[in-house]
Design a protein around this ligand. Structure first.
Ligand code: AMP
Length: 397
């Protein structure tokens, strides 16, 4: 069974074709600048990269180009589209409508569209990707896999904000959480690594990338996470502020003469380590040799400090922890931040291995706590596409 995984953004579309017999990626690629001048499709298959510079006025044309590339005699990997058994779509927000992945029909699509209100930057693009695929592959089953679904197991006292209850009931204002496929995948891998079932372990997962979130996963279920109603809550990120006192918003609007849209754009795009460092949102730039001082270092240290606070609070939430996992771009690659977060947690049973952390091997599971540490600390490469493919296979069978 071959499954096409689609992650559609407003002007981009990432895809992977996965052969589920051995869960291998047989082709992958990225359409960029959809509906913008200079569209480009970069397709990777058979160890070769092919670039197409054709116009992509909309997502439907982009999907058609992807399918053409997949069946092309030059750079293709399948003979016909019929070899694609199902398509799995990343959909960011499911609100309270879905607690797990679902086969897409008209009703499901309408609900995803309605939930665009809650994720205006993501859901409309995800829906566009689904519609484009449906029009090009009308007979292929499609599955929606939601970023929020894994966190739907959070108890009410964890997801409720301290606001009027009627506003939660009327407008569904509550914590939802994101990066669910990643937290689910790495917490499952951590259990497997420890030779346990997910139900038997308490894991704190730190998905640290351009967007970052931390989750408390108790017995295989998310019981709390740092992102909230939107991905803006939690730790400072590449460009997002993370938690601030809400009063700052009014104060800043007055001082700068901004309206609310400008202020929200500021909090999403101009803050985080970019804002604090006055330099870059990219951790590699901040930590480049010869650059890691002054505001660059302050931004990185503030980031790590905030991650550490969540780790401590989630150990409290679960009455202990068996394993702390680092994943995503920063978590998988940056030993400095991992040491700042987990290097001094001996009070909770972590015996951190400084050398193992520095000498870790990229792209594989690495143990960075000492062998007899009560709490394991692991680096685990995430694989959100594989989660989407597995969910799609399960539902499309
Ligand atoms: P992601 O959003 O998961 O793709 O992660 C992107 C972030 O990971 C960017 O800030 C990158 O700078 C960071 N990153 C990627 N590779 C490294 C690395 N080798 N060292 C430090 N940060 C890295």
């Amino acid at each position: 069974m071959k499954i096409l995984v689609i992650n559609a953004g407003s002007s981009s579309l990432k895809y992977q074709l996965i052969d589920m017999t051995n869960e291998s990626v047989i082709a992958k690629g990225l359409c960029e600048r959809i509906a913008i001048d200079g569209s480009v499709l970069t397709h990777k298959a058979n160890g070769k990269e092919t670039v197409f510079n054709n116009d992509m006025p909309n997502h439907e044309v982009a999907i058609k180009m992807v399918l053409d590339a997949l069946v092309s005699p030059e750079c293709g990997v399948i003979k016909s589209m019929d070899e694609i058994s199902a398509v799995g779509h990343r959909v960011v927000h499911s609100a309270e409508d879905f607690t797990e992945s679902v086969l897409i029909n008209d009703e499901v699509l309408a609900i995803c569209e309605r939930n665009s209100e809650l994720a205006p930057l993501h859901n409309p693009a995800n829906v566009m990707g689904i519609k484009a695929c449906q029009s090009v592959m009308p007979n292929t089953p499609m599955v929606a896999v939601f970023d929020t679904a894994f966190h739907s197991s959070m108890p009410d006292y964890a997801y409720l904000y301290g606001i009027r209850y009627d506003h939660y009931k009327k407008y569904k204002i509550r914590k939802y959480g994101f990066h669910g496929t990643s937290h689910m995948f790495v917490s499952g891998e951590a259990a497997k690594y420890m030779g346990k079932k997910p139900e038997e372990v308490k894991v704190i997962t730190c998905h640290l990338g351009n967007g970052s979130s931390i989750a408390a996963v108790d017995g295989g279920k998310s019981v709390d996470t740092s992102m909230g109603f939107t991905p803006l809550e939690g730790v400072p990120m590449g460009t997002r502020s993370g938690n601030i006192d809400p009063s700052v918003i009014e104060y800043l609007m007055q001082k700068e003469g901004w309206d609310i849209a400008r202020t929200i754009k500021y909090l999403n795009k101009e803050c985080g380590v970019l804002g604090m460092s006055e330099n870059s949102s990219d951790f590699r730039d901040l930590m480049a040799p010869g650059k890691f001082d002054g505001l660059n270092k302050l931004a990185v240290d503030a980031f790590a400090y905030n991650v550490k606070k969540y780790v401590g609070s989630y150990a409290a939430v679960m009455n202990g922890v068996d394993c702390i996992v680092f994943t995503a771009g920063v978590g998988e690659n940056d030993p400095y931040i991992r040491e700042k977060v987990a290097g001094q947690l001996s009070y909770m049973g972590v015996d951190f291995d400084v050398d193992a952390n520095k000498n870790f091997k990229r792209g594989q599971i690495c143990e960075i706590s000492k062998p007899d540490s009560k709490v394991k600390v692991l680096v685990i490469p995430t694989n959100e596409e594989l989660v989407i493919a597995r969910e799609t296979q399960r539902l499309a069978k």
